[in-house]
Every structure is written in C-alpha cells, then in structure tokens.
Design a binder for this molecule. Structure first.
Ligand code: PEP
Ligand code: MG
Length: 591
C-alpha cells in the first residue's frame, strides 16, 4: 500500500471485498442519500423555481410512461397498469397546488417544497391501517424520488447491463440482483457505502473478478460523475485524483500481482495435497450454470455450492421446472464425472425477488428465507426438486438444503423429495436413485442437533457466512459492526469442531463453503479441525491450493488444538496469520 498520499488526492477508506486495482471514470448510480436542503428564494426567483418544478414533472411523466410501456410489452398490460397509480400522483392537483403555494408563499426551493409536501402525504397514508392506502404511500415515495432526481439532475436509473463506457461504479448499495446484471466489460470496479465481506454483492464481485470496496460511508454524495479515481480492492481504498506517483506505485503492485498469478498458474493441475500427504478436496462455489465451464481451469475438483437463487433473480417470472432442468443439466454435463452440489433455493435475506410477493421484514436474515420459504411455497420448491432430480441422471449431482435449523425441516424437505421421486418413477422419467442429499450447517441449532441430522444425510456443508452471523448475532450486511464479525471467535471454532465430529461419527463428509474456506489465512485452521473439503469462488482456488501444498497437516492440527484451548479471537487469528505467512510468504507480501 502506498505509504503517503499526495496533494490533490482525496482518500476514502472502506472494507476490501474483492482483490484487484482499477482506475477510471466514476459513475455514481442509484439513489444518493443527498439531503434535501432548504434554500430561501430571493425576490423574483419564484417563477424560475416553478418552471424547474414543471420541467421535472414533465420529465418524470415521460420516464414513467417509458417504464410502463416496457413493462407492458414484456409482461402484459396488467403489470404495466401498476404505473397508472404512479402517473396519478403526478396529476394530483391538491398535491401540486400545495407545492406551488409553498414555493410562492414560503419562498423555498422546489425540491424542498416537493419533498416536504409529498412526504407529509405519504406519511399520512402509511399510517392508515389499510393495505391499499399503504401501497399508495409507497407509490408516492417512489414518484417523489424520481421527481427529486430530476430536479437535482441525478441519474435516476442507469441500465447496469449496458453501460456506455468503462467506469468505476459508486453507489449507496448494490443488491445481488443489481450485481448479477453488471455489464462486466464496462464495470472496472465498484464501491458502495454499505455492505461487508460476506454480503452476497461482495461474494458476486469476487466470482466476477471485479475489484470492489464496500462500507465507504457517504462516498456517493461526495463524488461526481466523470471524476477520475483509483480503486484498490486489496486495501479497501478509493483515491480520487490519484497523482502520478500514486499511479506509479500501484503499477508496481499490479505487476507484483501478475508475477504471483504466474506462480499460482503452476499449481493449477497439481493435486491439493499437504507436505505430509493429506489429500484435501477443493471445490468451487458458482452462481450460474455457465460458471461450471471454468471449474476445471480454476484447479478445483467439482462444485461444492451452486447458489441456484441467481437463476431466479432479474426475471419477470420464476424459471419453471424445464428451464431449471436445462441449467442444472448443463452444469452437470460440463462437470461430469466431477460432483455438482446444487443448493436448493436460498432466497430471502439480501436476495429478494420482484415476482414473488416478498414483504419487507424487520429482520430479513431471521425471516422468510431459504428452506422456510420453500416449505411454504411448495409449488416452487417441487419444481426445483424435480428439476434437480432429473439433472441427476446426467452427471454426478448432489443436492443440499440451506439454513436447516432442526430435524423437522429436514424431514419435511425429504418428504417432498420422496413425493417428487414417486412422481418421476410413475412418469418413467429417469433420475439417480442414489443421489446424495446433504444440508448446510449454518445455524447454531443445526450444530446442536448435528448428530440427528447426520443420521439422515450423506454430507454436511458448513455455511460459515451465516453460522457466524447467527452465532455472534452480527448482521453480515452491516458495515458498522463488521469488526464484530469474527470467524476466529472461540464459539465458531468449537461449533465447527462439533459439526465435524458429529459428521465423522456418522461417516459423512464435512465441507465448508462459506467465505472462511476461501481465506488462505483461515483454511489451515479448518483443515486442522478435520474439515474434508473447502469450496471457494473459482479465482480463489489457486491460492488455497498453493497454501495447502506448503502446509503439513500436523501443523494445521497443532493450530486447531491451540484454537480449541484459546479464549481470544484475536490470538487465534494471530496464530493463523503467523502459520500462513511462515509457510507461504509469497501469498501475503504487503500490497
Ligand atoms: C454461507 O452462509 O456460508 C453460505 C455459503 O451461504 P450464503 O453465503 O449463500 O448464505
Ligand atoms: Mg448461507
């Protein structure tokens, strides 16, 4: 990292979530959290403000009509008519007259007047115990934000899938569905105000190999479109107006990384075996069927986690059984005979759908999510189960359930699988009768009943991203408490050990597919605790393999023994860092 920064530069510090360095023009997208400031108008300025408002209202009308037309064409007139309510807000004479009065009598700027009046209307509607009126409040806020965007000259909507030129994207937040849409040719990197290392947006960035920094408070209100910046995804920095010297230093970092990548390429087709002969299974996490193509090239021996929910995002309707079957079959065929572990739908939390009524929740990660949603929306679940079973005839397919919190959920899910199998047999549709079923262990309750689960399953896969959030009660999305999200917390170490012990006692394998598995600093601890398999995003497999080939299992076991007897997360982390840096210093040279 450059030691000092030069004059003219402005530095923003956040959380590095996806490695790499990029530089280029900035594009600020989405709703900025710009405060709506009150300005007192001078004599004679009122007419000008009224004209600005009228222009913004006309512009908003055109934008809404455009969206309405597109939605009607794609989904039908009924869906398009949703925007009638938005258009009506623009025609609400009582509202507009009140805004005009505020401009003329109180002598305030049009955005302040519009925001205050519309927000008062919306708050009144939202407070009434009536679902219809509450929805009107949402419409009103939606329209308000468009009008304000037009008044402030902000870009209301950018087509993320089709950008005009290469840029570094800056925004308050990017949802996983936004990230999945990104035009990879033109997004050099991205930076957001919220988020953390294990938010799904960060996970996607790593899979897409896009350098990214999150948790950059208020950055979107401080930067303007078209400014020039450098984004450092290793150290979590965005540097506005980087000087020649800074650019030179970063040039050296990039060339050091290129050399490291060359070294890593050498291990790709070698086995993941420790110096004392212990074989480790390394797999990939993928988000799309097409990603299965790059699994072998990444040096992995299969897919340990296929996050199928991405098939459901960014579309008008859920994919049916046939469409899913084709996607799963494509991935299974590309990998054959390597295994493909398909995780059933893990919607909810930060992955929301527009086509399924998903209510806003106070605690989405504790709410209607994953297996809970599937056990209620059984039509959607059955379609997926049939699609997975059918794909099992085409390759080495395994299936696992997310977020199992106890035996009842497992039994309910298994009962639905049995129903689907019976149907397929009756219809003479082939599937693998022996297809292995496993579960993700990502709640503390699942660990506590792991022995009961293990008797009924063929494998466990520990989802440390959620296990840590649920055990330590630390929201994995919240950058304000990111420092409390500690993978080496003694509670986590003991929970992993308990899962491994329960799994092995019942002769089933235990893998880790959370982000902890892809961190070369933490991987030795997991192996020392007895984990059989590590599953990571494709670009992160090579560094893991490099590290494993420089490690002795005996060292990993010693580390795990220390961790199991240690009371401090910081000390455990320090020991992990010391071991990793000692055996593979090249991986960790200062960036
Ligand atoms: C996890 O929780 O560790 C996991 C792999 O699942 P996801 O990140 O998709 O919630
Ligand atoms: Mg999870």
């Amino acid at each position: 990292m450059p030691e000092a920064f030069r004059e003219g530069e402005m530095i923003f510090r956040g959380i590095p979530v996806s490695a790499g360095v990029c530089r280029g023009k900035i594009l600020v997208v989405g709703k900025t959290k710009r405060p709506i400031l009150r300005r007192t108008l001078q004599e004679g300025q009122c007419a000008e403000e009224v004209t600005r408002l009228e222009k913004a209202l006309v512009e908003t009308r055109h934008q809404l009509q455009d969206v309405q037309r597109k939605v009607s064409e794609a989904m039908g007139a009924k869906e398009g008519s949703i925007f009638d309510a938005h258009l009506l807000v623009l025609e609400d004479r009582t509202l507009i007259d009140e805004v005009l009065r505020a401009i003329q009598e109180e002598k305030v700027n049009s955005e302040f007047a519009f925001h205050s009046v519309a927000e008062r209307y919306a708050a009144t509607l939202a407070a009434i115990e009536d679902d219809y009126l509450r929805e009107r409040a949402t419409d009103m806020r939606d329209v308000t934000s468009r009008v304000l965007g037009n008044l402030l000259g902000e870009q209301v909507e950018v087509n993320l899938g089709n950008l005009k030129e290469p840029c570094i994207m800056i925004s308050h937040d990017l949802t996983p569905s936004n990230t999945a849409q990104l035009d990879k040719r033109n997004v050099l990197g991205f930076a957001t105000e919220v988020g953390s290392k294990t938010s799904h947006t960060a996970i996607m960035a790593r899979s897409l190999r896009i350098p990214a920094v999150v948790g950059l408070k208020e950055i979107s209100s401080k930067l303007e479109n078209g400014q020039y910046a450098l984004l450092d995804g290793f150290n979590g920095l965005v540097i506005l107006n980087p000087s020649e010297q800074t650019l030179f230093q970063y040039g050296e970092i990039v060339s050091h990384q290129d050399t490291l990548q060359q070294k890593l390429r050498d291990v790709l087709d070698k086995p993941a075996v420790t110096l004392d002969g212990h074989r480790v299974l390394l797999s990939c996490n993928i988000e799309q069927a097409a990603d299965a193509q790059e699994v072998r090239a990444s040096g992995a021996e299969g897919v340990g986690l296929f996050r199928t929910e991405y098939l459901f995002l960014n579309r008008e309707r859920p994919p049916g059984e046939e469409q899913q079957y084709l996607a799963y079959r494509q991935a299974a065929a590309a990998l054959k005979p390597l295994p493909l572990v398909i995780r059933t739908l893990d919607l909810g939390g930060d992955k929301l759908l527009s086509h399924l009524q998903m209510p806003a929740e106070m605690n989405p990660f504790l709410g209607w999510r994953a297996i809970r949603l599937c056990l209620q929306e059984t039509d959607i679940f059955r379609e997926q189960l049939r699609a997975i079973l059918r794909a099992s005839a085409e390759g080495n397919v395994k299936m696992m359930y997310p977020m199992i919190s106890g035996l009842r959920e497992l039994e309910q899910a298994n009962a639905l699988v049995e129903e689907c199998k019976t149907q397929l047999r009756d219809q003479k549709i082939p599937f693998d009768e022996q297809m292995e079923i496993g579960a993700m262990i990502e709640t503390p309750s699942a660990v506590m009943v792991a022995a009961s689960l293990a008797k009924r399953l063929r494998f466990f896969s520990i989802g440390t991203n959620d296990l840590i959030q649920y055990t330590l009660a630390v929201d994995r999305m919240n950058e304000k408490i990111a420092h409390l999200y500690e993978p080496t917390h003694p509670a986590i170490v003991h929970l992993i050990k308990a899962t491994v012990d329960a799994g092995h006692k019942h002769n089933i394998s235990v893998s880790v597919c959370g982000e902890m598995a892809s961190d070369p600093i933490l991987a030795p601890l997991l192996l020392g605790l007895g984990v059989d398999e590590l599953s990571a995003a494709p670009p992160l497999v090579a560094p893991l393999k490099f590290l494993i080939r420089h490690l002795k299992l005996s060292e990993a076991k010693e580390l795990a023994e220390f961790a199991l007897s240690c009371e401090s997360a910081t000390e455990i982390l320090a020991r992990c860092q010391a071991l990793a840096r000692q055996i593979a210093p090249g991986l960790f040279e200062e960036k």
